[in-house]
Write a protein that binds this ligand. Structure first.
Ligand SMILES: Nc1ncnc2c1ncn2[C@@H]1O[C@H](COP(=O)(O)OP(=O)(O)OP(=O)(O)O)[C@@H](O)[C@H]1O
Ligand SMILES: [Mg+2]
Length: 254
């Protein structure tokens, strides 16, 4: 059984079908790509899977449990965690605090009390801080733990967003264009980081990305969307050679 099983998922906005009849699956431990021209429906699909939008039709099953229609926080607590196309950090909070918020999302509101230093929660606060620091160390951000998020260089802000998503200990990590706006050096570091998450944490990852080198480099399978419809699915080599995919991209550039 697939970890995430998506069947006939559709989202209409008025007359526009942003996502139409999409079926796909993610198996445990896989790293899967989701590509397609601008406006193809990639982010909308993420929004459907993570509960931001309620599907017009179709089902989403996580580990045998139907999750379509559930609220985003509920879906997050079941193990789906994401980053956003436009970075969403608490910019006036420190790097460490941003990761602690990630823990709070997964666990419960009491953890917020611990962050704000209520004595009763002191022990768990200490533990959580240690856990957050460990995560930051793995991703080379420990030296910046007390830096305000807004003062980090762009590439590190993107990395912090991923660390925060990981703090929820997700079963599946959804990355929406993590390399957007990165320079080649930052993109290379990101590629290594994505590999590390897969190999060291064994987390299932679905990656939306316009940087084809990155997608072809790290993913095992790729789904291609165009105008809300799945037009292809295969290994990176199959997708590179797929006429329908090449047309979709050339058409988009013409
Ligand atoms: N809330 C909304 N209301 C109306 N239309 C929407 C809404 N969200 C997305 N759309 C439309 O749905 C289509 C798919 O948008 P989406 O953002 O999912 O594309 P995308 O593949 O993520 O594109 P990009 O690569 O540019 O990020 C677009 O035509 C978009 O304008
Ligand atoms: Mg998008």
């Amino acid at each position: 059984m697939a970890l995430l099983d998506v069947k006939n998922l559709t989202k209409n906005f008025g007359g526009l079908t942003a996502v139409g009849d999409v079926s796909l699956e993610l198996n445990e431990g896989e790293l899967v790509g989701l590509i397609g021209p601008n406006g193809a429906g990639k982010t909308t699909l993420f929004n459907l899977l993570t509960g931001v939008y309620v599907p017009s039709e179709g089902t989403v099953t996580l580990d045998g449990t139907l999750i379509n229609g559930k609220a985003p926080h509920k879906i997050a607590s079941l193990g789906l965690s994401r980053t956003f196309q436009n970075i969403r950090l608490f910019k006036d909070m420190t790097v460490l605090e941003n990761v602690l918020i990630g823990f709070a999302n997964r666990h419960n509101a009491h953890i917020l009390a611990s962050i704000f230093r209520l004595p009763k929660y002191y022990q768990s606060e200490k533990e959580l801080k240690q856990k957050a620091m460990d995560l930051l160390a793995i991703f080379d951000l420990a030296n910046d733990a007390n830096t305000l998020a807004k003062n980090l260089p762009y590439g590190q802000q993107r990395r912090l967003e991923i660390v925060r998503a990981l703090a929820t200990e997700p079963k599946i990590l959804f990355l929406d264009e993590p390399a957007a706006g990165m320079n080649p050096q930052e993109t290379a570091e990101l590629t290594a980081l994505i590999r590390k998450i897969k190999e060291e944490f064994g987390i299932t990852i679905i990656l939306i990305e316009h940087d084809m080198n990155l997608v072809m480099d790290v993913t095992e399978r790729i789904y291609v969307l165009e105008y809300g419809r799945l037009i292809a699915h295969g290994t990176p080599d199959e997708i590179k050679a797929n006429k329908r995919v090449i047309e979709a991209y050339l058409g988009g550039e013409a």
